[in-house]
Design a protein around this ligand. Sequence first.
Ligand code: STX
Length: 324
Amino acid sequence: MAENTGEKPRELFPEIEAFDTGRLKVSEIHEIYYEQSGKKDGKPVVFVHGGPGTGTSPRERRFFDPDVYRIVLFDQRGAGKSTPAAELKENTTWDLVADMEKLRTRLGIEKWVVFGGSWGSTLSLAYAETHPDHVTALIVRGIFTVRHQELKWTYNDGGVSLVFPDTWESFWNYIPHAERHCMVGAFYRRLTSDDEETRRNAARVWNRWELSACRLYPDSKFIKKADDDLWSLQHACIECHYFINGGFFESDEQLLDNVDKICHIPGTIIQGRYDMVCPVDTAWRLHKKWPEADFHIVPDAGHTASEPGIQTCLLNATDKYKHL
Ligand code: STX
């Protein structure tokens, strides 16, 4: 189950350009961006990004062999190049699941491999549990199910705060004592303030916290992402909106309780042992409910897809499902 990643990590596939980009109107107000790259008549795979709110980047095409896969990337509502940016109205998990179906239909795809990390694992699971017949295989990393316990661990004191007391200070001190019992709510109020400066500052503080705890070896360039105001607002606002709404699930355990709907689908679960943002306990629970899926705990990695052991496992998984 544990991978020895002492060996050299695998390189991503080469950089490639998209052969098609488009926009899809999915509601009265939302329009989403999508793109295709790789092999035009290849094996369809959809990349489901994290956050919610991170958007996609061209680098993410490189997890898939471009000579085999028809690679679909899309930006979820309010994220990346989708518009309006950071819009929270008509923006729920079930809207995103429905958007994936609209996109699949628009592209004339019957079944696709679904690949997602972090919030991307959440949405991939929600999608697969709703539309199992359209999923060839499922590759999920950094498992997140928006349970109360997971949110409390990352954003309230007594969890990650005990491991990163140095970066926690700025996050914690930003919120007055009276509001600290629920940090997500306190940030949400500021992120939805009428004052632009308040929104911008809150987003930066929120993201610096999350980004600083993401990797086993902190990377200052990576944490600088928080200074990109547009990205920062999209990520922080959309995350908080989903978190205060419990991911729009009917119960805390909804995703885990419904795993029986996807057990027959070929699957791979990949998780960093030292993932602070989405701790390994959730991946373990998923593994117990879905023992048929390959399960890898990478012993020397945190939360991100680009950490060596995780990247290697992800590439091995996309190779495994190439010829299904
Ligand atoms: N939310 C974290 C998440 O889904 C629980 C996520 N995806 N990418 C990120 O976080 C970073 C940009 C912070 C690496």
